[in-house]
Design a protein around this ligand. Structure first.
Ligand code: TXA
Ligand code: MG
Length: 381
């Protein structure tokens, strides 16, 4: 299959309209279209067509018990999909839509099991990205869409990432440039007694509580050792290995100095063993790692293990993930950086950690998953 990669920003108004019309036609005929949202790129299909939804699972190589989020372009569409819309949902829709919030409600019977993974509930979100909204509207359908990556890889934050994973598997990619937020939407479940966050995201627990009162959080999200503690995430997708780079990723937390020293010593050890090593630093700390070079590993001197003098070795590949003072910059580059370390074929990647407040909570949730919960804690108690 030929994948038509359409760079929307290079088109004039007439050409854009034509591209959107073509995308809408593909959806109505049961095909797949990748499209930008404000969080990550999505891989869309007609949500009410079970055969079309099945194609998503095939293209991603995704387990079919993992339900999809239905994307809408108009609030009225919620009432066609959800059996009931409680007052809390109305408040959240008004406050945060269009935007990066997914709401779980009881589904209407005709929403196919193929879309909801057999669950009696349905996940709904109205994205704010103008291309997403125009595309959904033009299709005349509601759109089931997971992130447009192959299962297990980091979610795509640029059309290039979608192309990397989906070239030859889908007919069309609508390219709207790099996304704004960079991590997936917050998911809130409103089908229980108390609203519960199933996936943290840009819309924080504090923002949600301010709108609707106390909001719980799925214990699987805050756990550092979900497997050991035998906690199973309520959002089926959160239990899978995720975003994992090919190299082994380890997070290190503690004071800035302790983290720097630990990473430098781990890097030295692995480099001496002949491995290719990456470091995820921040704008504030990128200068404190040995042999750091924002472009590629640089040769640097190090005393050899037999104390016979100095040897020259390749330095680590350091990348800044953004600024500690601006967590939104960290969220925006997280998945791109994980993909970069993949393409550089690092064997080991060491990363600093982030504070777990607000957006930091969502960032650490994704990083811990990417690291398979490998965390070295240097915290003094
Ligand atoms: O930001 C986003 O939400 C992106 C963009 C494309 O909109 N989409 C996205 O979809 O992240 P996906 O499929 O990668 O993640 C959907 C998550 C999964 O963890 C899934 O298990 C959960 O939502 N989910 C979907 N329906 C659910 C339901 N009825 N109950 C509980 N969890 C559900
Ligand atoms: Mg995903």
């Amino acid at each position: 299959m030929n994948t038509n990669w359409i760079r929307m920003e290079r088109l004039n108004a007439g050409e854009r309209k034509h591209a959107l019309r073509e995308a809408g036609r593909i959806i109505r005929e049961g095909g797949l279209v990748a499209f930008p949202t404000e969080t990550v790129y999505g891989l869309g299909a007609d949500a009410l067509n079970a055969e079309a939804a099945a194609k998503i699972y095939k293209a991603k190589g995704r387990p079919s018990d993992n339900p999809l989020i239905i994307h809408i372009s108009d609030v009225s569409q919620v009432y066609n999909i959800a059996k009931e819309v409680p007052e809390t949902a109305r408040i959240l829709m008004k406050e945060f839509w269009p935007g990066p919030l997914t709401i779980i409600l009881w589904k209407k019977a005709y929403v196919p099991d193929g879309t909801t993974g057999g669950l009696p509930t349905v996940a709904i979100r109205m994205p704010s990205h103008p291309v997403a909204r125009a595309f959904i509207r033009e299709s005349g359908r509601v759109i089931a869409a997971p992130s447009a990556n192959t299962s297990g890889r980091p979610s795509p934050t640029m059309a290039e990432h979608v192309y990397e994973d989906m070239n030859g598997r889908i007919p069309m990619i609508l390219d709207g440039g790099p996304v704004d937020i960079g991590i997936e939407s917050t998911i809130i479940d409103l089908t229980g007694e108390k609203p519960i966050i199933l996936r943290p995201g840009f819309i924080s627990r504090a923002m949600l509580s301010q709108a609707i009162g106390p909001v719980g959080i799925d214990p699987a999200i805050v756990s550092r050792e979900p497997e050991k503690e035998d906690i199973i995430a309520k959002a089926p997708g959160m239990k899978y290995r995720h975003y994992a780079p090919k190299g082994e990723l380890t997070l290190i937390e503690g004071s800035r100095e302790a983290v720097r020293d630990k990473i430098n010593s781990l890097v030295k050890e692995k480099i001496q063993m002949g491995y290719k090593v990456g470091v995820i630093a921040t704008d504030e700390t990128i200068g404190s790692y040995h042999g750091n070079n924002p472009r590629e590993g640089k040769t640097f001197a190090m005393s050899d293990p037999d104390q016979t003098g100095t040897i020259l070795v390749e330095g680590p590949l350091c990348r800044s993930i953004g600024s500690r003072d601006h967590p939104e910059t960290v969220a925006a580059s997280l998945y791109r950086i994980l993909r970069e370390f993949d393409s550089m074929e690092c064997d080991y990647i060491y990363s600093e950690s982030f504070f777990e407040e607000g957006l930091g909570n969502a960032i650490m949730n994704r990083m811990l998953k990417a690291a398979g919960y490998h965390l070295i804690s240097l915290q003094e108690d």
